[in-house]
Design a protein around this ligand. Structure first.
Ligand code: 5AD
Ligand code: SF4
Length: 471
């Protein structure tokens, strides 16, 4: 995924804040997960205060920033190609400053600056407040870096600039970092320790979004169900002077902001998914009935090697709990094929758990060994690439069948849809999602983006429901 960020329409606001623009243009490109896209909105806010305006024309930029992802090797390869390309622009514009932000900055640190000489500044995910200083260092011809990770930084007071927004759905970052140490994952090394943002600032941001006309918020974190504000791991209140909340409390508080505001979250960890969260989801109509619950593998031994902290049986118990509280809940997963030592039988267990759960949707990957992770240190990356890929192809095929089967059961039924945008298929249709996060496409009639409409689904594909508005 990549997006080019445009905040030119906010120029007036910049003028008011600074009494003038600094005349410099920022080109910002984001890669990777939703957290990165949300972080880019924080970066844009910090730099807007410095008077930068944003452009989607790389050729006119004074500053090019890439907010990067390190989760798999191919994500990094792509960024390197982009950096080589951006460096070629320097021939005609020596004053151009190029920076790498995010997970790849944190992972590679000064390697990007010193060895590869691809960039002028390197800024890790907890150091965005330092960007103005580092940019000015780079403008003076030096190289600037801050990759310090923090135990406290949540950017709670930064009001994100909504980038490439449809004005209907927005992300709210509720926590940062991850303490889980899944053996395959680089995130704990690039995003640091887990910390939760003050509930009041989250609710405030949700209220502000409602005032701006937004209809849907997605609460974001690497592992949202371990959100705990002013609570210790064993549930004790840390500071009795302040309020406190776990994820279920936070969900309820955001749901109460406005019954017309849809609330979603991404992503959760099965070991932390409590009945209290599920009960809260069931209680509020405006909390979408959709749980992303990454399984990674269907085999308990592989899960042990992955250090996931649950077994197949435990995971299936959580699935039963979801269905108990919300019989029609949409469930999605993440799956990795070809993790270290994955035998044919272990891989078959992944296919069988897919059959058993019957997911609505899945994000599927081949294993990519990441430096410094537990898996890299402990296990051999011994599954040949062709085997990883052929296992992935079968997983994708199976998921497509399951999604299609789910969608077929939805034909003939009426779904409440929040209209998000014009459909890519036809200018005569809108597209939105139902509560289970499934895309629904239908003729516009007299509706508009941001409206809730009832859609009778008449046909479907493995990816989409197609229907028409009914009263
Ligand atoms: N290789 C392949 N996939 C990975 N993921 C995380 N780390 C790796 C890796 N090293 C996947 C997991 C995770 C998703 C965000 O990316 O499935 O849930
Ligand atoms: Fe990575 Fe596991 Fe943390 Fe997710 S929960 S970010 S997979 S370490």
């Amino acid at each position: 995924m990549t997006n080019k960020v445009i905040i030119e329409e906010r120029q007036g606001e910049v003028m008011n804040l600074k009494g003038g623009l600094n005349g410099k243009k920022l080109f910002l490109e984001s890669y990777g997960c939703q957290m990165n896209f949300a972080d880019s909105e924080i970066v844009a806010s910090i730099l807007q205060k410095e008077g930068f305006i944003t452009t989607h024309e790389e050729k006119e930029a004074d500053l090019i920033l890439l907010n990067t992802c390190a989760i798999r090797e191919n994500a990094e390869t792509r960024v390197r190609h982009r950096l080589t390309h951006f460096n070629s622009l320097k021939r005609n514009r020596p004053s151009l400053v190029i920076g790498v932000l995010g997970c790849m900055a944190e992972r590679l640190k000064d390697k990007l600056l010193e060895e590869e000489k691809l960039v002028d500044i390197v800024v890790g995910p907890d150091s965005y407040r330092d960007l103005p200083k580092l940019i000015s260092v780079a403008e003076d011809g030096e190289r600037g870096m801050n990759v310090l990770l923090s135990r406290e930084e949540t950017y709670a007071d930064v009001n994100p600039i909504r980038l490439n927004s449809n004005g209907i759905s927005a992300f709210i970052s509720i926590m940062r970092g991850c303490d889980n140490m899944c053996s395959f994952c680089v995130v704990p090394f690039t995003r640091g320790r887990e910390r939760s943002r003050d509930l009041n600032t989250i609710v405030h941001e949700a209220r502000y979004l409602v005032e701006q006309g937004y209809k849907e918020v997605t609460l974001l974190g690497q592992n949202v169900d371990s959100y705990r504000w002013n609570l210790s791991r064993d549930g004790q209140v840390v500071d009795p002077e302040k309020g406190h909340a776990d994820f279920a409390d936070l969900l309820a508080a955001v749901a109460q902001v406005n019954p017309q505001l849809r609330v979603r979250f991404s992503t959760s960890h099965p070991k932390d998914m409590t009945d209290k969260v599920l009960e809260t989801m069931a209680r509020y109509d405006n909390i979408c009935k959709y749980v992303p619950l990454p399984v990674q593998s269907g085999n308990s031994e592989v899960l042990k090697r992955m250090n996931r902290g649950y077994s197949r049986e435990w995971y299936l118990d959580r699935i039963s709990a979801i269905r108990r509280y919300m019989p029609d809940c949409g469930i999605s997963t993440d799956i990795i094929t070809g993790f270290c030592g994955e035998t044919e039988e272990e891989y078959q267990d992944t296919l069988s758990i897919m059959d058993e759960v019957h997911y609505h949707f899945a994000y599927m990957f081949t294993y990519s060994e990441r430096p410094k992770t537990l898996a890299e240190r402990k296990f051999e990356d011994d599954i040949p690439e062709e085997v990883k890929k052929s296992r992935l192809a079968k997983v994708i095929q199976r998921q497509s069948e399951h999604s299609h089967a789910h969608h077929k059961t939805m034909v003939g039924k009426v779904h409440q849809v929040l209209i998000e945008r014009e459909s890519k298929r036809s200018t005569e249709c809108f597209s939105g999602r139902n509560t289970q996060n499934i895309v629904v496409v239908f003729p516009k009639e007299s509706s508009a983006p941001g409206d809730y409409v009832n859609v009778l689904v008449e046909e479907c594909t493995p990816g989409t429901l197609i229907g028409r508005i009914v009263n």
